[in-house]
Ligand binder design. Structure first.
Ligand SMILES: [Zn+2]
Length: 168
């Protein structure tokens, strides 16, 4: 499988994840410097063999406003580690509004959680208190680093020193 490349701004704050092809373009155009390689991996062209970049740092500071992590089903499930936030089940997952929409509950990171179908039906149009269900953790708005760390732990340990996260 092709590995992704982490891009840091000049001040070392993580800003993007790109393909290895894009990474080589940035390196060849002298727009970025490679800080870390994937060990034991290489990229071959017809004539040459290169180390496989893992982390790049831009050579110039880019002012990129961070708009936040996209709120969608996949990202919500990832934030909640693929488990129902009421009972912990990992099956038949759905999205639940903690405060139901009918009671003014918003559709945002703070009011949406992963819930299994059973708990969702049990909860119905009630608040957790009214339905007797207990939230196992408080919903939060994930940062980019949160998702990068989650990916890094599974796919790209080389990123961890650059995310302020300890490797195992
Ligand atoms: Zn459940």
């Amino acid at each position: 499988m092709e590995k992704r490349v982490l891009v840091l701004n000049m001040d070392h704050s993580p800003i993007a994840v790109i393909t290895v092809q894009k990474a080589f373009v940035l390196i060849f155009l002298d727009k970025a410097t490679c800080l870390s390689h994937y060990e034991g991996m290489e990229v071959r062209t017809v004539n040459e063999v290169f180390s496989y970049p893992a982390v790049l740092r831009l050579n110039e500071y880019k002012n990129i406003p961070f708009r936040g992590v996209l709120l969608n089903r996949n990202n919500l499930f990832r934030r909640d580690k693929g488990a129902c936030q009421y009972c912990g089940s990992k099956k038949n997952l759905t999205i639940d509004h903690v405060i139901p929409r009918s009671k003014g509950g918003k559709t945002n990171w703070m009011n949406l959680i992963t819930a299994c179908n059973r708990c969702n039906v049990l909860k119905g149009d009630k608040t957790p208190e009214q339905s007797g269900l207990v939230l196992q953790s408080k919903p939060f708005k994930p940062s980019l680093v949160f998702f990068l760390s989650e990916y890094a732990e599974r796919q790209a340990e080389e990123w961890l020193p650059f995310l302020g996260v300890k490797a195992y």
